[in-house]
Ligand binder design. Structure first.
Ligand code: PAF
Length: 287
């Protein structure tokens, strides 16, 4: 695997692959790779001939009191995992390479609508940071396709909307959430949990699963289901940030016409913010 740290070297390496007629697949990450990331890299390898991954802990998407400084940086271990997963090129820039004119002067990409509410409400500016860095990375790599995980379901919707609205010639592919045996969605932030918190953490998925079963069983009183889920989370010792039932396509609040709904939640365990979602078909015949 070739490792590059500058945009110039990245462009040269991608141009060589393209010159050989290869289709370029891209997986942007912030590193500290786990099985969820590896599934994205492998999916890119199935759909493209040349896989590029990036590792960049993007300061623009962290709020002032968030975990930018403590976010795990494990480049050496990540490199080995990428090689095993079949990645051919790793782009690992530093902040100066990504924001040479400073973050304060950076042109921002703002995606209205889908970036509001849910994580957008709790983390002001977060999705502007994500859509800005992803559009920069897309312009640098110019991939044919890019693969994102469904765990960040709202992020996926923001990126799909950005690509559509800005006519970016990139196919967006999503991969299902990878979970630990007890159901906890894999996340780099799980490493912040103490042993006691880690034991409680699967309650988030259990709660989402209970709501999914209720909806699959015909319950449609979404506010009542949300109230039940919030109580369940609190009883399990989690501090809910939000729990919502949304239309899976446009992330608008779910209603009787929603054919597929996403049940989305974020909850704190101590200082760690866990994020998860499940999807459920309702059988509605419109929308
Ligand atoms: O999902 C992530 O890891 C990040 O938000 C992304 C897409 C790499 C942008 O920094």
């Amino acid at each position: 695997m070739n490792i590059v740290k500058t945009v110039a070297d990245l462009r040269a390496a991608v141009a060589r692959a393209r010159g050989e007629g290869k289709r370029i697949g891209f997986v942007p990450t912030m590193g500290n790779l786990h099985a969820g990331h590896i599934a994205l890299v492998k999916k890119a390898g199935q759909r493209a001939d040349f896989v590029v991954a990036s590792i960049f802990v993007n300061p623009l998407q962290f709020g002032p009191n968030e975990d930018l400084d403590s976010y795990p940086r494990t480049l050496a271990a990540d490199q080995e995992k990428l090689v095993d997963a079949g990645c051919q090129l790793l782009f690992a820039p530093n902040v100066a390479e990504m924001y040479p004119h400073g973050q304060a002067n950076q042109t921002l990409v703002h995606v209205p609508g889908v970036s509001e509410g849910l994580c957008g409400a709790s983390r002001p500016g977060h999705f502007d940071g994500v859509s800005t860095v992803v559009s920069k990375l897309f312009n640098m790599v110019q991939p044919d396709l890019a693969v994102f995980g469904q765990k960040d379901f709202q992020q996926l919707a923001v990126i799909r909307t950005m690509v559509r609205d800005l006519n970016m010639p990139v196919q967006i592919i999503s991969e299902p959430i990878v979970r630990a045996e007890d159901g906890l969605a894999l996340s780099s932030r799980n490493g912040y949990l103490s042993a006691e918190e880690r034991a409680r953490a699967p309650a988030l998925y259990r709660t989402l699963n209970d709501l999914r079963n209720a909806i699959a069983g015909g319950e449609r009183d979404y506010p009542a289901l949300v109230a039940r889920g919030l109580a369940q989370l609190s009883q399990a010792g989690l501090r809910p940030d939000y729990l919502e039932v949304r239309n899976a396509v446009d992330l608008q609040p779910a209603d009787a016409a929603s054919r597929e709904v996403a049940i989305l939640a974020a909850a704190f365990l101590g200082k760690t913010r866990l994020l998860d979602n499940v999807l459920v078909e309702t059988g509605a015949d419109t929308h």
